[in-house]
Design a protein around this ligand. Sequence first.
Ligand code: NAP
Length: 250
Amino acid sequence: MNNSNNAKVAIVTGASRGIGKAIAFKLGREGYRVVVHYKSSEKAAEEIVESIRAEGGTALLYQANVAHSGEVNAMIQWVIRQWGGIDILVNNSGIMIDRWVEDISDEEWDELIAVNLNSVFYTCRAVIPHFKQKQVGRIINISSQAALTGSAQHAHYAAAKSALLGFSYSLAKELGPYGITVNVVSPGRIVTDMITSRENNRTDEWISQTPLRRLGQPEDVADAVAFLASDQASYITGLNMHVNGGLVMG
Ligand code: NAP
């Protein structure tokens, strides 16, 4: 572990729970200085920071609503001031609401697009000048299997997550010449609050549909993110990495 002042800095949005929490732990264990970002789950996020520190890692806590560009800009500038720079940006924050299309209100549509898509534009726009100046940087965006397969009652969610693919591929082309990579990780069904709290939880059916015959764990996604953040992935950009037990291939 290298938690000196030279250690790379990673921001993980939505690190208070689920997949983001596993990513924050994984990167903390791998020696990155980690910004544990949260929106509402303050106590849970504080405990993650404490746990990373207890293992000898370095972590800071930051609260922001990523749907608001002003709060995102403030977060990026704060991290640069605190630690002198940013190396890895993991856009993980997300929400899902079960709704048939005809029942989605304007407000629900706008909120879902704001949290799942606009937020990624805001964080990337804020960090790009810094990455360009350093001529290095990693952006890892968390999409979803739903971006490719669609998902009944989640058209707004799938729309945001597939837009994230086009955004990420375009950004990979824009930023490649500066040595900055942009990749996507698309989880399948991962055991977190996002799926366990749903009324429409069909665990047995989902397992039987999955070639590897299990649901994913947050750590499965964290391992993929850690690889894309690592030096071993320096020639990989514009990839959509499936972490879904074989639900979607190719
Ligand atoms: P989760 O357990 O529900 O956690 C969501 C995280 O997003 C929380 O840390 C939450 O922060 C944060 N968040 C929500 N709204 C926010 C906002 N407005 N501003 C800032 N942060 C916000 O979800 P998860 O399952 O870990 O999902 C993580 C990512 O993976 C999401 O992008 C999701 O779409 C994607 N994904 C998940 C699955 C799955 O099966 N679980 C499958 C495919 C893709 P607070 O708790 O602090 O409010």
